[in-house]
Structures are given as structure tokens and as C-alpha cells.
Design a binder for this molecule. Structure first.
Ligand SMILES: [Zn+2]
Ligand SMILES: [Zn+2]
Length: 274
């Protein structure tokens, strides 16, 4: 339990921050959406055993409103990715899943994604590994995986770009069995783009694996998070429409209100002033 609270930063790893176990339990219960008792009850212990993302939860602020949190972001909108495939699904299936997971984020932001020719050339470096792991172009990851269950995957904020999946899980597609790769990938890519864990249950960025959902999509909290970092697709369309109509209006007025006797719109004005 103490290890869990340390691992996910409910107890601070540095000298400053929280070292009070009761407070850590209360914060954990609040973040996970449990009844806040400050005691290690059954529901709390159960929640700690659930499969989840390996990244810690940022609970330092702990605002009253449940919502997303964000970290650093990319300074560009066109990003590349490279896949070092896992063993559970075909490469074809994994290609489609990763593409879909990235598209969830690009569909609602100004971001775009394309394949890189190598891991070292990619912004987002996707790889699988058990226990001690790390992609082919990377140093050994400082956070070893823990076998089946527990930590499913983890990813690093911009501009690191590493996204690691625990090969000891059984990643699946379109079935309630095993661990749904699309859900985990979409969550991890959220981190790769700079989004932290959200305490909104039902959000993709909630740290606990919520299982296979047919027709999975982003929660409004996830959309608000990505748009707070990179803006909105509609903003780009909106800007275009605004410029287009401004130009049209400008042309209309410059041609219509040119002083001319035959102009029907301006004539009443000219008559009234003599
Ligand atoms: Zn996570
Ligand atoms: Zn790792």
C-alpha cells in the first residue's frame, strides 16, 4: 500500500510535498472517485489492485472541480510516429489500432500524424517490452514493467515521445477478453501529447483501465484537454470562414459605395442630404 502511494506520487518522492499517509489515502480515494474515508477499506484496496497506467497521478493541487490536467506540449502540429510491434496482434491490426488511437486526438485538434521511417527519427516512439524494457533506439527504461495486471503501459510527456506497452499483458482488439489495445494506446498517446491523468471517470485519461467499450470515443473532458493545448479544429475552419467573409464584405462595400449616380443603395442618402 505504501509502495502504491509512493509509486503514484500520493506520497511525495521529494522532501517537500505530502508525507502524511492518511492524507495520501484521502487524496487517492478522491481522485479515483471512491468514498473519501481516509481509511484503507476494502473498496480502496480493491481499487489499488486494478490494472492501470504506470504514470503517477498529479494530485498536488486537487481542485474542487473534477477535470483534466495538462503538462508540457509539442511546439509543432505535425508529428511523426514509429511502431515496434508487440506479439499479441498482427502488425496489420496494430497499424490500424494505433492509427485510430492517434486519429481520436487529431480529429478534435489541429494536430496531424504521419509514419516516420525509423524510431530515432520519430516524435512518438511506440514499443512493447516485458519487465526491463526500452525501444531499440532508446536506453533501458527507468520504470520496469510488473508482469501481467497492474501497470499496463506508460508514456512520456513531450518532447520525449516514448510510449511503452507491457508485453506481459494480452492485448486484444474488439473483444471484452484481455486488455483492449485501442483504449490503452489512446490513453498513452494522450500523455505523448501532454495530457496528464484526469479524475473524471469515463474520460480516456482516467488512470484506471475501464475495459472494452464498443464504439469507444473521447470524453468531453479529453477533448477539452487536447484543445487547451493545441486549439480546436473548428477554430481553423472558423478563422478561414471569417477571413473569407471579411474579404467578401470588403469587396461588397468598396464596389457598392463607390460614389456613383446609378447606385440604388446610396441614392436615398444622397437625396435626403440634397
Ligand atoms: Zn496514464
Ligand atoms: Zn518504459
Amino acid at each position: 500500500m505504501q509502495k502504491f502511494l509512493n509509486q503514484y506520487h500520493y506520497i511525495s518522492t521529494s522532501r517537500s510535498g505530502n508525507h502524511n499517509v492518511d492524507l495520501a489515502i484521502r487524496r487517492f480515494q478522491r481522485f479515483a472517485g471512491l468514498k473519501v474515508t481516509g481509511k484503507l477499506d476494502l473498496a480502496t484496496i480493491d481499487q489499488m489492485k486494478k490494472p492501470r497506467c504506470g504514470l503517477p497521478d498529479d494530485v498536488a493541487g486537487g481542485g474542487r472541480v473534477r477535470r483534466y490536467k495538462t503538462g508540457p506540449k509539442w511546439s509543432k502540429k505535425s508529428l511523426t510516429y514509429f511502431v515496434e510491434y508487440g506479439e499479441d496482434l498482427s502488425q496489420y491490426q496494430q497499424d490500424i489500432i494505433f492509427q485510430k488511437a492517434l486519429q481520436f486526438w487529431s480529429d478534435v485538434s489541429g494536430l496531424s500524424f504521419s509514419r516516420a521511417s525509423s524510431s530515432s527519427a520519430a516524435d512518438i516512439k511506440i514499443s512493447f517490452g516485458a519487465a526491463t524494457h526500452g525501444g531499440s533506439s532508446e536506453r533501458t527504461c527507468a520504470y520496469p514493467f510488473d508482469g501481467q495486471g497492474g501497470v499496463l503501459a506508460h508514456a512520456f510527456f513531450p518532447s520525449d515521445g516514448r510510449a511503452h506497452f507491457d508485453e506481459d499483458e494480452e492485448f486484444t482488439d474488439n473483444t471484452p477478453k484481455g486488455t483492449n489495445l485501442l483504449w490503452v494506446a489512446t490513453h498513452e498517446f494522450g500523455h505523448s501529447l501532454g495530457i496528464d491523468h484526469s479524475d473524471v471517470q469515463g474520460a480516456i485519461m482516467y488512470p484506471y483501465y475501464t475495459g472494452y467499450v464498443e464504439g469507444m470515443k473521447l470524453h468531453s473532458d479529453d477533448i477539452a484537454a487536447i484543445q487547451s493545448l493545441y486549439g480546436n479544429v473548428l477554430e481553423f475552419v472558423g478563422l478561414f470562414v471569417f477571413v473569407f467573409f471579411s474579404l467578401l464584405l470588403f469587396l461588397f462595400f468598396t464596389t457598392t459605395f463607390m460614389p456613383c449616380d446609378s447606385c440604388s443603395i446610396i441614392r436615398p442618402y444622397m437625396l435626403s442630404t440634397g
